[in-house]
Design a protein around this ligand. Structure first.
Ligand code: FE2
Ligand code: FE2
Length: 164
């Protein structure tokens, strides 16, 4: 099946992009504790700010593609209110909260210079998000492969392309 028409392959590709950003995030957070000068710290803050923008825009689009295109159809087979889809939605919301907290800490850094809370929030976000995408790749998407018909996959892929 063409990747454009295979929603699970498309979402797995997005997971790879997200993993690359998480790994950058972890690297910057590690460096910031040992940053020797304010200049180096400010540069790292700028890079973290770009990551925060990715989390607030691209990651949000990814979540919406899962929530509005994949989950409603897969939910017909495995339920939405309870079980794995419910857990995934709770984790999306937890990531959203951490992501807005992270943005707030980045914005307030120039005045409060509080990088401890910034590192704490950023690390929690990276950790939760990485475990979340692993669960989808290894459990939820395999359930989707088992249940979804070719027609359903095509409909999901078409719906996904309208969510940007
Ligand atoms: Fe997800
Ligand atoms: Fe995902």
């Amino acid at each position: 099946m063409d990747t454009n028409l295979d929603p699970l392959a498309a979402l797995r590709n997005e997971h790879e992009e997200i993993r690359a950003v998480i790994s950058k995030l972890k690297g910057y957070l590690k460096k910031i504790t040992s940053a020797s000068s304010d200049e180096v710290k400010n540069n790292l803050i700028n890079q973290l700010n770009e990551i925060s923008e990715f989390m607030n825009k691209d990651l949000e689009t990814h979540f919406k593609r899962e929530e509005d295109a994949l989950f409603p159809v897969l939910g017909n087979y495995i339920g939405i209110e309870t079980g794995p889809i419910n857990v995934m939605i709770i984790e999306h919301n937890h990531c959203r909260d951490l992501s807005s907290g992270f943005k707030i800490k980045i914005n307030s850094y120039p005045s409060d210079r509080d990088y401890k809370l910034l590192i704490g929030t950023g690390s929690s976000l990276g950790q939760l998000l990485s475990e979340h995408e692993d669960k989808e790749d290894n459990i939820l998407f395999n359930m989707a492969e088992m249940h979804l018909t070719q027609d359903e996959k095509r409909d999901i892929a078409e719906k996904m392309q309208t969510i940007n």
